[in-house]
Design a protein. Structure first.
Length: 166
């Protein structure tokens, strides 16, 4: 079963991920305990050796998100303002370059609008990021690809990193 993240709220996606992990390995975690990301079932079917690298990436993304997900104080929008530090600016450009390389200008701009629509970022942050996007060299863009679930998950990691810097 494939999951389109646009059809679900972030909390619902978390719940689905936890259910998949519990169903496969019966880890017996109590309520409130976070599962080990290395043990999460990420939708592999029997004989799908070709996607092991993708599942490794997804496990790494879960691992990076765990500190962010464990905090009960996180409320939407996750990123209300862009931090005004050099390190934060570096993360912003790294994220936008990633989006450009994977989906081109139009795809990156649509992704930012989508993140604003699901309250990962505010309208002001989306506007600022779109302005930054215009200043990045277009030679390395890939206009023909759509972003995958893993790409959106990596974007959430970037949002979490930026939110931690505010």
């Amino acid at each position: 079963m494939t999951i389109n993240p646009r059809d679900y709220d972030l909390d619902e996606l978390r719940k689905i991920a936890r259910q998949r992990g519990d169903r496969e390995n019966g880890n017996g975690l109590g309520d409130g305990e976070m599962p080990d990301p290395a043990n999460l079932d990420v939708g592999l079917e029997d004989g799908d050796e070709d996607v092991v690298a993708g599942s490794s990436l997804r496990s790494g993304l879960y691992r990076e998100l765990l500190p962010f997900l464990a905090g009960d104080s996180q409320e939407k929008p996750y990123l209300g303002t862009l931090p005004e530090t050099y390190a934060a600016e570096f993360v912003v450009f790294e994220w936008l370059e990633f989006l450009l390389m994977h989906s081109g200008y139009q795809g990156a701009d649509e992704a930012l609008a989508y993140y604003e629509s699901i309250d990962w970022i505010t309208e002001d942050v989306e506007s600022d990021l779109s302005d930054y996007l215009l200043g990045i060299d277009e030679s390395a863009t890939n206009d023909s690809n759509d972003l995958s679930v893993d790409d959106h998950m990596l974007s959430l990691v970037y949002v979490a990193k930026l939110a931690a810097m505010t």
